[in-house]
Structure formats: structure tokens, C-alpha cells
Write a protein that binds this ligand. Structure first.
Ligand SMILES: NC(=O)c1ccc[n+]([C@@H]2O[C@H](COP(=O)([O-])OP(=O)(O)OC[C@H]3O[C@@H](n4cnc5c(N)ncnc54)[C@H](O)[C@@H]3O)[C@@H](O)[C@H]2O)c1
Length: 439
């Protein structure tokens, strides 16, 4: 991660361009939300970069700036938005179709949103079987497609007068696949791009194009976009921050809030059954078992890592963890997630907790896209490259270097994030020891 204490942070001058591969429900809710907040029509609730604060020094010092002021983030007025999709719909049409935001709000933003038109996508139906759009690029091989994406990025930057770019993948979940030989080194990966290697997924072509140009890349889906050695080698070479994967929103957010609590009080777990009904396009894509497998793997790891059954066999050995997602169109983006949690207390006596979370998927995801865009740009401005583990807070499957297990506990993740900001700015870390108040 190349973290350095008290570095000089390059100022956020000029405009930041946010590029979104995949302009569906999450991406358009994010863009429309930023435009609405910019015009004072709504508040950026859920966003750490817009509403969060950070304590510096002792509790008695009363130094609590906003994160935004502390690390001098660009304002929403200094951001512009673009992206790619396999459907030609502009952001107004796509947002209306997604049905997340109210029509009245969208109508107020219509002229601005309509100007945001997706660029033709790099797509391969074998990787997302439930979708088939025509707004796509063609090329002799995958390297040529990557070059076209790089041209898009350069053109976008030029036409919009941007100083810097970041990319946040908001495209569909691809089928489950594992890294192969072609992913093992940059040389083999580039060779694979030229040879049209079947193992290279479209999301990896976007990631390659961005990282090659030094554009920070965050992966919002559980896809294998930036977590393989070849792209990490490229990130190092080009000094580019990468982060992933899979936005931590509804049910997994709840899990990483509750499970640390059970563990803290040494309450045992017999089983955690999670099921969801979801009716948006994401739900339709996840109706394909191969795409669902990718999501399932991303969702299942969370409890194991938080509860550490190997360290606490009496409490957590062999708990049952089941995750289901059912595509149910009437619900649209308003997912309903049920959890049944079988826990046990003193002397092994069983108890149950039931959660019925009527959430809104894209409403939970949009502020994450905003925070990731701004923090990834900050990372680049501080010359932090490679995996940005301090952004684990935002992901279901946080990336770590080979051999290091991820931190899933939301509260540790937040402490890690804020301490990273303090560290980079050269301020004291906050350990919560508090001994200094009793001297
Ligand atoms: N909403 C959440 O709470 C949440 C949480 C975690 C992860 N995610 C992930 O975020 C992604 C976006 O979710 P969504 O609800 O906006 O889905 P969506 O289906 O509304 O949007 C995805 C868009 O990506 C486009 N797309 C697919 N492949 C593409 C490609 N190769 N290039 C360009 N565009 C492509 C699709 O046409 C679609 O418009 C999904 O992968 C989802 O699993 C969402």
C-alpha cells in the first residue's frame, strides 16, 4: 500500500472526472445524487467524505474537523461524471428505468443527466449471461479493446477539462472464475490480451486500461477485476491505487456490524441464515447461478474472518451460514433481506435474532461510490499505490496482499481508515488508550 507518514498531499486542483464502467442503478443513483446535493435539493446522507468528522489529538482539545476539510477533498462542484454501458440510454433514461429515485427529483435534474451518455462498452455475454446489449466496442483482440478504453479516458479528460480521473466499477457481476496462468504476470497478461485469452474478463480489460494510464480503480462488484498478480504489478509500475471488492451495503453491512458485537461479548453462533428478494437488473443478473456463485463467495467469507472459529472452537466451530438471493421483480431496487441468527449464551442456552431489513440497494451503494472516488483520488495525490487496504470499510471482500487475512469488522475498518488519514497527514494516531487523561 506504500503508506508514508506526513507526506505532502498534492492539492486537489481543477476538476476530478469520475468514470463508471456500468451505468445502471447504482451508478445513476450516485450521479443523480451528486447533482441533487450540488443544487441543494438533498443531503449526502451516508457519505463519510461529505458528512464525516475526524478527531485529532486529545478528547479535551476539541479538534474535530470534517474529513473533507482535513484532507482537502474536491467539492462536488469540481467533479464530473462519465462511463460506459452496453445500453445506449443516457443517465436520465437509465436512472428513470432503474426506478430508484423519485420521478420529480429526476425531472429537476433531467437536463444535466441527459447530457451524460455512456460510451460503448467492452462486453462479453459469456461473462454476464443474462444481459445482451448492442452498445459495444469491436476490435481485433482484447488489447485493441483496452486501447480504445484508454482513448475514451483521455478524450473524456480533455473534453471535460479534468485535472485527474478515477474509475469505480459499477457494472454487472460476472460469472465466477479463478485466476489462471495468464493472470500471473504482467507480461503474460499483456500477451493474453493480444491473443484474446478466454480467461480475461471484460472487467479486467477496463481495470488494465485504467491502471495502465495511472487512473485509480475501485471494484464495486465481486468480480476478479484487480485482485490478481498481473494487475498489481502494473499498479506498482504506474503508481496507481487499486481497491475492491464488492460494495458492502445491505445484509453484509449488518453482518459486519452485528458479528463483532457477538464476538466481543463471547456469544456463540449456531447458524446464520440469510435470504433476499430483489427485483432490479442486478437481481436478474444474479439469477444466473454462475454470477450468483461470484456473489456468494464474496458474502460467505465475512463471518469466518470476524468470528475466527479456529481460535474460539466452543463458540464458532461449524456454524451454518447460508446466503440466498431470489430474483423477484415486484420489489425492484427495494430489496428485502431476512436474517435468522441462532446464537447461544451462558451454559449454551439458545437464543434467536430475526432481522427484516427493507433496504434500498442503490441508496446504500451510492455514497460508497462517492467516498471511494474521493478517497482513491486522495490516495493517488499522496502517492499511495497498489492495494488500498484502508478502504476495506467499503467492501464485502476487502483486498489484502497474498497471505494476509482481511479485516471485516466495520469498526476496526473505520479506525483503520481514520488512522490512515491521520498517519498520512503526520498527526498522532488515536489508540483509545486514554492514559494521558489520568497523569
Ligand atoms: N446495490 C448494491 O447494494 C450493491 C452492493 C454490492 C455490489 N453491487 C454490485 O454493483 C454492480 C452494479 O449494481 P446495479 O444495481 O447498479 O446493477 P445494474 O444491473 O442496474 O447496473 C449494472 C450495469 O452494468 C452494465 N454492464 C454490464 N456489463 C458491462 C460491461 N462489461 N461494460 C459496461 N457496462 C456493463 C449493465 O448493462 C448495467 O446497466 C453489480 O455488480 C452489483 O452486484 C451492488
Amino acid at each position: 500500500m506504500a503508506l508514508k507518514p506526513g507526506v505532502e498531499v498534492k492539492p486537489a486542483t481543477g476538476k476530478l472526472g469520475v468514470l463508471l464502467p456500468g451505468m445502471g442503478a447504482v451508478a445513476t443513483t450516485f450521479v443523480a445524487g451528486c447533482l441533487a446535493v450540488r443544487r441543494g435539493l438533498a443531503k449526502p446522507i451516508g457519505s463519510l467524505t461529505e458528512m464525516g468528522t475526524i478527531r485529532l489529538g486529545k478528547r479535551t482539545e476539541n479538534r474535530v474537523p470534517t474529513i473533507r476539510d482535513y484532507i482537502e477533498l474536491p467539492t462536488l462542484d469540481n467533479m464530473c461524471f462519465g462511463g460506459w454501458d452496453i445500453f445506449e440510454d443516457n443517465a436520465y433514461v437509465a436512472a428513470s428505468r432503474a426506478g430508484v429515485l423519485e420521478k420529480d427529483l429526476l425531472r429537476e435534474l433531467e437536463s444535466e443527466l441527459s447530457q451524460i451518455k455512456p460510451m460503448p462498452a467492452v462486453f462479453d455475454n459469456r461473462y454476464v449471461k443474462k444481459l445482451d446489449g448492442t452498445h459495444r466496442k469491436t476490435g481485433a483482440n482484447k488489447m485493441e479493446l483496452a486501447e480504445q478504453l484508454m482513448d475514451d479516458m483521455k478524450r473524456f479528460k480533455e473534453e471535460n477539462g479534468c485535472d485527474r480521473l478515477v474509475a469505480v466499477w459499477c457494472g454487472s457481476t460476472e460469472i465466477y472464475h479463478r485466476p489462471t496462468e495468464v493472470h500471473s504476470t504482467l507480461e503474460k497478461f499483456e500477451e493474453g490480451l493480444r491473443n484474446n485469452d478466454d480467461g480475461i474478463a471484460p472487467s479486467q480489460i477496463y481495470a488494465y486500461a485504467a491502471v495502465k494510464l495511472g487512473v485509480p480503480y475501485a471494484n464495486g462488484a465481486p468480480n476478479l477485476s484487480v485482485d490478481f498478480p498481473a494487475i498489481q504489478e502494473l499498479a506498482k509500475k504506474t503508481g496507481t491505487p487499486i481497491a475492491g471488492k464488492d460494495f458492502k451495503t445491505g445484509q453484509t453491512l449488518m453482518k459486519t456490524i452485528l458479528a463483532p458485537g457477538f464476538k466481543a461479548r463471547l456469544l456463540g453462533l449456531e447458524g446464520w441464515y440469510s435470504t433476499n428478494i430483489l427485483g432490479n437488473r442486478d437481481g436478474e443478473v444474479l439469477d444466473d447461478p454462475e454470477s450468483f456463485k461470484t456473489k456468494e463467495v464474496s458474502k460467505l467469507g465475512v463471518l469466518e474472518h470476524i468470528l475466527q472459529p479456529d481460535k474460539y472452537p466452543d463458540l464458532y466451530k461449524d456454524f451454518h451460514h447460508v446466503v440466498r438471493i431470489n430474483y423477484y421483480p415486484p420489489r425492484g431496487d427495494n430489496k428485502e433481506g431476512w436474517d435468522n441468527i441462532d446464537i447461544k449464551g451462558w451454559l449454551g442456552y439458545p437464543m434467536q435474532i430475526k432481522i427484516d431489513f427493507l433496504c434500498r440497494d442503490s441508496i446504500l451503494a451510492a455514497p460508497i461510490v462517492l467516498d471511494l472516488a474521493l478517497f482513491m483520488d486522495f490516495a493517488k495525490r499522496c502517492d499511495m499505490h497498489g492495494i488500498q487496504e484502508w478502504l476495506s470499510f467499503y467492501f464485502k471482500s476487502p483486498m489484502t496482499p497474498e497471505g494476509l487475512y482481511p479485516e471485516h469488522d466495520l469498526f476496526i475498518q473505520l479506525m483503520k481508515l481514520k488512522n490512515t488519514l491521520r498517519y498520512t497527514k503526520g498527526d498522532d494516531l488515536i489508540t483509545h488508550l486514554g492514559a494521558e487523561y489520568y497523569d
